[in-house]
Design a protein around this ligand. Structure first.
Ligand code: C2E
Ligand code: CA
Ligand code: CA
Ligand code: CA
Length: 279
């Protein structure tokens, strides 16, 4: 234990090198990852707090890297955008999620919407709506069972382009939810602008994390829930980990939650089991 200081320095410097090396290899391997079938979608249920029913799921991508094991999307999604691979990755996610959902429905499992995450950059690409339409046609999935999670930053770009894209998705019948709500800035002005086109507000998990009886943060959550209700939007809380958080959210009339309390994101086969059992 006395040598810890010295070892720490070594570990620190060598781990810096490892991190640099890791990013290098991830960048190098990402193109092949799709062809080699190393990407995998995990699914996390969205649960109605009153009935306990599963009312949806979020698809979250993972990379089973041969050297590094399971790699988090936080690590490789940004890399995909820097290396021009975000279109390929995004296509793979869309197709896989829609195919999977269609399969589950054909197997007689309850039909639920599955959401995919779309980065601000991808959201405003011209081909976004076309590629979604194509995937829906290809898989035969009813558009009401696809949901797109975008972040507030997607709405900050060119107003006309945002409006056109939202309109086109609305027209298709694909649902739109606003992810990480409350963490961006100038939220209210663009919410006012786009509110009719957005189905759901997703309260960011940082607010849920700080929920305790009597905490001031609860007031912010309360406000977001009321805002959603007034604007005729659904609201969902993400990152719900404890019974206490669930209890407080119920008191604030938040209908739908997602988080480790119910299930962490799981592999497709496991999710199918959860869906089969109901809750
Ligand atoms: P996000 O969209 O905000 O997703 C929620 C993250 O919170 C997920 O992390 C999820 O696993 C995690 N989470 C779920 N329940 C809990 C909980 O109770 N407590 C805590 N602390 N965390 C919880 P994950 O899967 O590592 O994804 C991280 C981010 O990567 C996502 O954040 C999303 O922005 C991005 N991402 C994931 N999959 C995709 C994808 O297919 N495409 C794109 N463009 N981005 C993706
Ligand atoms: Ca999300
Ligand atoms: Ca989120
Ligand atoms: Ca996030």
């Amino acid at each position: 234990a006395k040598d810890l200081g010295k070892n720490n320095v070594q570990i620190f410097t060598s781990s810096m090198n490892i991190q640099t090396y890791k990013i290098f290899t991830l960048e190098r391997d990402l193109r092949k990852a799709i062809q080699r079938n190393e990407l995998e979608l995990y699914y996390q249920p969205k649960v109605n707090v009153y009935s306990g029913e599963i009312v949806g799921a979020e698809a979250l991508v993972r990379w089973n890297h041969p050297e590094w094991g399971l790699v988090s999307p936080n690590e490789f999604i940004p890399l995909s955008e820097e290396t021009g691979l975000s279109a390929a990755l995004s296509s793979w996610v869309k197709l896989t999620a829609c195919q999977q959902n269609k399969e589950w429905q054909q197997a007689g499992l309850p039909a639920i919407p599955i959401s995919i995450n779309v980065t601000a950059k991808r959201f405003l690409f011209k081909d976004m709506v076309d590629s979604i339409q194509l995937v829906l046609r290809e898989t035969g999935l009813d558009p009401q069972y696809l949901e797109v999670e975008i972040t507030e930053s997607s709405l900050l770009e060119n107003e006309d382009a945002v409006m056109t894209t939202l309109d086109a998705l609305n027209k298709l019948g694909v649902k739109i939810s606003l992810d990480d709500f409350g963490t961006g800035y100038s939220s209210l002005s663009y919410l006012k602008r786009f509110r009719q086109k957005i189905n759901t507000l997703k309260i960011d998990k940082s607010f849920i994390h700080d929920m305790h009886p009597g905490n001031d943060d609860n007031a912010i959550i309360h406000m977001i829930i009321q805002l959603a209700q007034h604007m005729n939007m659904s609201v969902i809380a993400e990152g719900v980990e404890t019974e206490e958080q669930l209890y407080l959210l119920k008191q604030l009339q938040c209908d739908v939650v997602q988080g480790y309390l119910f299930s962490k994101p799981v592999q497709a086969a496991e999710f199918a089991e959860i869906l089969k059992q109901g809750h």
